[in-house]
Design a protein around this ligand. Structure first.
Ligand code: MG
Length: 161
């Protein structure tokens, strides 16, 4: 068995009025929020899919189906903790995470530290193991037109010692 595994994840959610904007477990003041069955935390979802993907364990839709009322309005950090338990139960630990959030607005830079701290706390990591970058889409395509926010993540897992 190789001692490291890598996974990647992607997610996108639509921006709509009258919804909170939650990214990396941090609520960010904005006139629009992300639509979804759970709290629609697109960054946390991308990270979860990367963690699952690293072990070929399927995707978050398999574990938390959007048709299940149990996950309506769910705090994605709770779901993240469950995926982390699954990973740990198989004998793996996170080496590091790197991610990108693509959002035209709002400016995410002031919130990056809080997001890293929040995710690191839930995953029992140091903040420097959780990379979060933010970019705009240069006004191109759906994210550039502020119709949605998407996120990409990669996660490196290593065997627990
Ligand atoms: Mg999602």
């Amino acid at each position: 068995m190789t001692a490291i595994r890598i996974g990647n994840g992607y997610d996108i959610h639509r921006l709509v009025p009258d919804r909170p904007l939650i990214l990396g477990g941090v609520k960010i003041a904005h006139k629009l929020g992300l639509l979804g069955h759970s709290d629609a935390d697109v960054l946390t979802h991308a990270i979860m899919d990367a963690m699952l993907g690293a072990l070929s364990l399927g995707d978050i839709g398999h574990y938390f189906p959007p048709t299940d009322p149990k996950w309506a309005g769910a705090d994605s950090l709770v779901l993240l903790a469950q995926v982390h338990e699954l990973v740990q139960a198989q004998g793996w630990q996170i080496g590091n995470i790197d991610s990108v959030v693509v959002a035209e607005r709002p400016k995410l830079k002031p919130h990056i530290k809080a997001m890293r701290d929040r995710l690191a706390t839930v995953l029992n990591l140091q903040p420097d193991q959780v990379g979060i970058k933010a970019t705009t889409n240069e006004k191109l395509d759906a994210t550039g037109r502020e119709e949605g926010i998407c996120a990409y993540a990669v996660v490196l897992l290593q065997l627990s010692v």
